[in-house]
Design a protein around this ligand. Structure first.
Ligand SMILES: CC(C)(COP(=O)(O)OP(=O)(O)OC[C@H]1O[C@@H](n2cnc3c(N)ncnc32)[C@H](O)[C@@H]1OP(=O)(O)O)[C@@H](O)C(=O)NCCC(=O)NCCS
Length: 198
């Protein structure tokens, strides 16, 4: 059994919860700032809902946090090769211009708890949540704009997320990022149909 399941409880991440908790840090200043100061604003505007796992016996300690929002993957403007990759498991007659998705807007693991498999367990939880109960809202993909660092891309890839664009050049062209500019994030997706296969 995983650490989160065994030793943690999940709750919304909002001001009330934050007041009861020690300051959360996953080691990334932007994400820490968001989780500590901005989750209520997002929630009030219905732009994203944040959750955290806290230690059961020490609820003042946040182990991991994430923010989810409804989203979609627009396929009509994708190059054919990318469209093919995205829809390889969808019968041709069911192909759409836009596919329903849930966006992992933010995600972080308390830096005192990393490298124990907790990040992977968080993604497993989100995957299950996206299709629970019985995929009520019709959601095909999880998407994330993953930080373009070796560590983060490897983390998502080892949890079966695939980059939508196989090269940075392709992705830059698609989003209109000049060649000389650094690509800060990579769009990655997880096909939820994988959860329905034996
Ligand atoms: C990226 C992040 C979420 C990963 O969380 P994590 O809990 O360390 O993730 P995991 O433990 O599942 O996997 C990370 C590594 O630990 C290893 N690991 C997993 N269980 C382990 C264990 N029991 N013992 C030793 N190593 C272990 C994994 O194999 C993986 O190794 P790798 O990096 O060599 O592939 C975390 O580092 C983080 O919050 N980073 C800052 C914020 C960030 O980048 N968020 C993503 C924004 S898009």
């Amino acid at each position: 059994m995983g650490f989160l399941k065994q030793f943690c409880v999940i709750s919304p991440l909002n001001k009330n919860v934050l007041l009861q908790c020690q300051s959360f840090s996953c080691g990334d200043a932007d994400l820490d700032d968001f989780f500590c100061n901005d989750t209520d604003n997002y929630e009030q505007q219905l732009l994203g809902k944040s959750y955290c796992f806290r230690l059961d016996k020490q609820p003042e300690i946040i182990v991991g946090a994430f923010t989810l929002a409804n989203s979609s993957i627009e396929s009509r403007h994708l190059p054919n090769s990318r469209k093919k990759k995205l829809t390889e498991n969808i019968p041709h007659e069911k192909h759409l211009f836009s596919y329903p998705a849930v966006l992992i807007g933010r995600l972080g693991v308390n830096k005192a708890f990393t490298k124990k498999g907790i990040g992977s367990e968080l993604l497993d939880y989100i995957k299950a949540l996206a299709v629970f109960p019985e995929n009520w809202f019709g959601c095909r993909y999880l998407t994330v704009d993953a930080y373009n660092s070796e560590h983060t891309i490897k983390y998502y890839a080892s949890n079966d997320f695939q980059p939508l664009f196989s090269t940075e050049k392709q992705e830059k062209e698609h989003i209109g990022c000049p060649d000389e500019k650094e690509l800060k994030s990579r769009l990655m997706f997880f096909d939820l149909i994988r959860l329905f296969r034996n």
